[in-house]
Design a protein around this ligand. Structure first.
Ligand SMILES: Nc1nc2c(c(=O)[nH]1)N[C@H]1C(S)=C(S)[C@@H](COP(=O)(O)OP(=O)(O)OC[C@H]3O[C@@H](n4cnc5c(N)ncnc54)[C@H](O)[C@@H]3O)O[C@H]1N2
Ligand code: MOO
Length: 386
């Protein structure tokens, strides 16, 4: 058993750690986006659609010229050829984007006609629909425009202005309370506030804090039960030391459902509920906090924001320059850099702390729990830090 709400493991150490997959399952069961809000699309860049959005009207709204030339009835060009120019008495000069005049069903580009004085002559027949954009060609009223879950891109805002409804249902950004428990020891600077705030914002959360609190069980428990947050992250004092107040504080405020996760770095992370709100406990050691954010907390923030739960980093495949050793039963996060030959070279072992090593790395490779690692020359997926 991992520590439950009633068992204080301070001074005893972890007897067993939960599988990372079990922590993901817990997050997927307990975290959901907030009720959809109808918002004007202009303010929705980066937010996620909470439902499918169909086109509200035909786009284009009418048949339009797609080229600069002469709008014609295609039947008027029948039999035209360079030896049989056909005068087009009803041709109307149009520019691309103009509404097609009544009675016309094609546009002949300037290059495909000859003019004799004021007379325009077709030197080739045109098919109906040639040189035009039909009404509803890009989207017909009621047809699917954007799917639920879509994180709105700049171009989507254009699409919605063209053919979407006045208001779209979006998942509101979750309010993420960021608590720093205890802070750095030995008078160092706080690294976790800036780093975790940026990560939460990256994943679509609205940061409340960071709030610095002493490593005190009552004070932390009070911060956990305070209403107003959709999700909470508490970083620092998450381990098994005598000063590690965050796990017992969460147990007192609600429930400590998992503590100790089979991953490196970040293995002293935990999770539970306070006042019905999911709480993630992250280690204080900054590299462990980064790993636990990426592998656990980030998933919760993205789900709460209505985003896909998987890692958001761009990936690249590379061949290892050296063996990546891994501990069986534990997901290992290897910081790697790409060497001059484009090969993945480890910069530090998963058990070695330090954010400085992350700064020297281009990304990370994840070795699954069942693997002893990968040999040199093997192909791996790198999640890029940038
Ligand atoms: N018996 C065992 N001891 C430890 C284990 C274990 O499995 N058995 N795991 C180790 C691992 S791994 C880690 S990681 C740490 C986790 O420690 P905590 O989460 O309790 O972290 P703290 O005690 O708060 O501090 C550790 C370290 O981090 C620095 N820190 C904390 N907050 C900040 C901050 N806001 N900004 C910058 N740096 C911060 C702090 O100065 C400490 O150096 O437990 C091991 N022990
Ligand atoms: O939580 Mo500790 O890395 O396992 O660095």
């Amino acid at each position: 058993m991992t520590a439950g709400p009633d068992r204080d493991i301070r001074g005893r150490g972890f007897s067993r750690r939960a599988a990372l997959q079990a922590a993901w399952d817990w997050i997927d069961r307990h975290v959901a986006p907030g009720a959809p809000q109808p918002l004007a699309p202009a303010g929705c860049a980066g937010l996620c659609l909470a439902a499918d959005v169909p086109a509200a009207r035909d786009w284009p709204a009418a048949d339009l010229a797609a080229v600069d030339g002469f709008a014609v009835a295609s039947s008027d060009t029948l039999g035209a050829g360079s030896y049989n120019p056909v005068p087009l008495m009803a041709a109307v000069a149009v520019a691309a984007g103009d509404r097609l005049p009544a009675g016309c069903d094609a546009v002949i580009p300037f290059e495909a006609v000859q003019t004799v004085g004021p007379i325009v002559e077709a030197i080739d027949p045109v098919a109906p629909g040639s040189g035009i954009e039909r009404r509803g060609a890009w989207a017909g009223a009621g047809s699917p425009l954007l799917p639920a879950g879509r994180r709105l891109r700049a171009s989507d805002l254009g699409l919605l202005a063209a053919a979407g409804p006045a208001l779209v249902p979006v998942s509101p950004p979750p309010r993420v309370r960021l608590l720093l428990a205890g802070g750095p020891k030995g008078g160092g600077a706080d690294l976790l506030g800036p780093m975790l705030s940026a990560l939460v914002a990256r994943d679509g959360g609205l940061v409340e804090g960071p709030e610095r609190l002493p490593a005190d069980r009552e004070g932390l428990a009070a911060a956990f039960v305070r209403p107003g947050a959709d999700l909470m992250l508490a970083a620092g004092r998450s381990g098994t030391g005598l000063d590690d107040a965050a796990p017992p504080a969460l147990a007192a405020a609600g429930s400590l459902d998992l503590h100790g996760i089979a991953m490196r770095p970040g293995g002293s992370a935990g999770l539970g509920l306070a006042g019905g709100v999911p709480v993630l406990l992250l280690p204080g050691e900054p590299m462990a906090a980064l790993a636990a954010y990426e592998l656990l907390a980030g998933r919760a923030v993205r789900l709460a924001a209505g985003r896909p739960p998987g890692l958001p980093q761009a990936t690249v495949t590379a061949v290892t320059a050296r063996k990546l050793v891994s501990e069986i039963g534990c997901v290992d996060l290897h910081r790697v850099r790409l060497d001059a030959g484009g090969r993945a070279e480890p910069v530090a072992s998963p058990g070695w702390p330090g954010l400085a090593a992350a700064a020297r790395a281009d990304g990370f490779v994840l070795i699954p729990a069942e693997s002893e690692g990968v040999p040199d020359g093997a192909s791996v997926t790198i999640y890029r830090f940038d």
